[in-house]
Design a protein around this ligand. Sequence first.
Ligand SMILES: C[S@@+](CC[C@H](N)C(=O)[O-])C[C@H]1O[C@@H](n2cnc3c(N)ncnc32)[C@H](O)[C@@H]1O
Length: 201
Amino acid sequence: MSADHWQKVYSSKKADQVSWYQSEPEVSLRLTKTNASFADAIIDVGAGQSSLVDRLVQDGYSDVTVLDISDSAVEEIRNRLDGASKFVSFVVADVSNWRPTQTFDFWHDRAVFHFLTSTSDIDAYLSVVSQAVRRGGVAVIGTFAEDGPTQCSGLDVSRYSPKNLVSLFSEYFEFEASELEKHVTPAGAVQHFTWVTLRRK
Ligand SMILES: C[S@@+](CC[C@H](N)C(=O)[O-])C[C@H]1O[C@@H](n2cnc3c(N)ncnc32)[C@H](O)[C@@H]1O
């Protein structure tokens, strides 16, 4: 996956014009609040321009990291947060070859893991998430479901059932919960998502 692709997306479209836009990141917020306390170290990987971080900081979370391959997306969040950015760390990186310098209590990924389509990229991501999440910590992963779209943003994606997702992560994570979501895009299309909550062994 190229940083150039995502840079072009974020420089040519407004935040609410992309298919993954949500005015309210309902599932992400609920799963974060269920699994992380205010002092926990939280990371949103492939955060894009999602308002999840704004909502978490507003609600009292004080140690949030946003990571994205696009520096335009990260800068948009930094500018938007203004003074609240003191509670947030910003990382521009490809998650698959990122070297985390701390561990996290909670890892959130909405619509990023499914862009990894090669075994080597998937294995690299699994290695990163297993190093980044402390033992006993939680990873929440949201991907297109088995009957979800085959592409997003012009890129091929992998699609997952809860069982397949859990199986891929099973060397490092135990299953906690799963759910299906029907995301409605700004254009009115319905996209099915699989969400899993996993606990680091
Ligand atoms: C479909 S968007 C989802 C954005 C956000 N999670 C949300 O729910 O609104 C995918 C995001 O992942 C980022 N991304 C894609 N590949 C990445 C990678 N290898 N490492 C880090 N970020 C990546 C893109 O820049 C983009 O912001």
